[in-house]
Design a protein around this ligand. Structure first.
Ligand SMILES: Cc1cc2nc3c(=O)[nH]c(=O)nc-3n(C[C@H](O)[C@H](O)[C@H](O)COP(=O)(O)O)c2cc1C
Length: 332
């Protein structure tokens, strides 16, 4: 359920040069599977593959590497905060460019969201299937317990029950929830547009600010396109007529894509079309790039907006999915 919102090549992190160890110092070289795992799992330190008289071993200690005799390979430290999009971290105000996707019925609970928020991740409350009063309570609780750290709430598309979407957005706006994960959409609805527009204003420098951020989780390009473009006039106008957004917000809407981020949801838990990530992700990246400069596209209205694309589902299993059985449920 953790979705890195941008696939990028991590900055090359050169391993520091191995220096000579002082004479007599013990050399903690890893040779057993458990010790090798310990060295590999310490992402804050480099890894050296060395050869000494006893054979090949691993170490994260540069002095031990130098003392071993021969360094065969080295990789620099690569903690999670160095992966993914710096713009995602900046715009969402998080330390890590990862998002923990919603899980229905409060499986993605307030406790989970609070803990992830405190650890610097963007996590989304699993509001799908949760009654309105409980969503209200959960968002109030999250506002209190996250102490200003960012979090999101799921807006699951409910094609036959528009009231459910309205209640979630009412609660999000009441509690000033600044990010929603919009998922399972087949077409845009007034509520997702209302949420986005209700946060639009001009900043002191005159640029359009979108205070309400939308992460749209999709597994089809035609749905992605709806979120990559500005909100359609046909949905914006009635919101103004009903007094739900201002005329100024409606005007600003033309300069802003509906979403800040698209999550490519490949085959996984949740609503997907069971598409492999290796197919879906490049398709969505290509679509995003093709729309970048067209009128009405993410960067086409002069606002310089760029929609990030992240990946979810199948991250650990890039090959064909094994047959499913009730006892072989994916958990993440
Ligand atoms: C038990 C379970 C429930 C889920 N419920 C929702 C949901 O209500 N809304 C939603 O947007 N995604 C839901 N998802 C999808 C996840 O948020 C996530 O996008 C998906 O699992 C892919 O990411 P992963 O590979 O990191 O698991 C659910 C996933 C699981 C496993």
């Amino acid at each position: 359920m953790v979705s890195p919102p941008l696939v990028t090549t991590p900055p090359a992190a050169a391993a520091p040069p191995a220096r000579l160890a002082p004479p007599g110092r013990a050399t903690p070289l890893a040779r057993t599977p458990a010790d090798v795992h310990r060295v590999l799992a310490d992402l804050e330190r480099p890894v050296y593959v060395v050869r000494d008289a006893a054979g090949i071993a691993l170490t994260g200690d540069e002095q031990a590497a130098a003392a071993a005799g021969q360094v065969l390979a080295a990789a620099g430290p690569l903690p999670p905060r160095r992966l993914g999009s710096p713009a995602f971290r900046r715009d969402h105000g998080v330390d890590q460019a990862y998002m923990a996707g919603s899980m229905a019925n409060g499986i993605a609970s307030t406790d989970l969201v609070v803990n992830l928020a405190q650890a610097g991740y963007l996590a989304s409350f699993g509001a799908a299937g949760v009654v309105a009063a409980r969503v209200e309570e959960a968002l109030a609780d999250l506002r209190r317990r996250t102490g200003g750290r960012p979090f999101a709430c799921n807006l699951i598309h409910s094609p036959t029950e528009a009231a459910m979407e309205r209640e979630v957005i009412d609660a999000c706006l009441r509690h000033q929830v600044r990010c929603i994960e919009a998922s399972a959409f087949l077409d845009l609805t007034p509520q997702v547009v209302r949420y986005r527009l209700a946060g639009l204003h001009r900043g002191p420098d005159g640029r359009v600010v979108a205070a309400n951020r939308v992460v749209a989780k999709v597994s089809r390009t035609e749905v992605a396109e709806l979120f990559l473009r500005p909100a359609p006039e046909a949905l914006v106008r009635p919101l103004v007529e009903q007094g739900l957004v201002s005329a100024e917000q409606a005007a600003l809407a033309a300069a802003v894509p509906l979403a800040d981020d698209i999550t490519a949801e490949a085959d996984s838990g949740g609503h997907t079309d069971r598409r492999p990530l290796a197919v879906l992700l490049p398709e969505l990246l290509a679509l995003r790039d093709a729309l970048r400069d067209v009128p009405g596209g993410p960067g086409g209205s002069g606002g310089g907006w760029s929609v990030r694309v992240g990946a979810a589902g199948g991250l650990g299993t890039p090959g064909p999915s094994p047959p499913r059985s009730p006892s072989a449920r994916t958990t993440s």
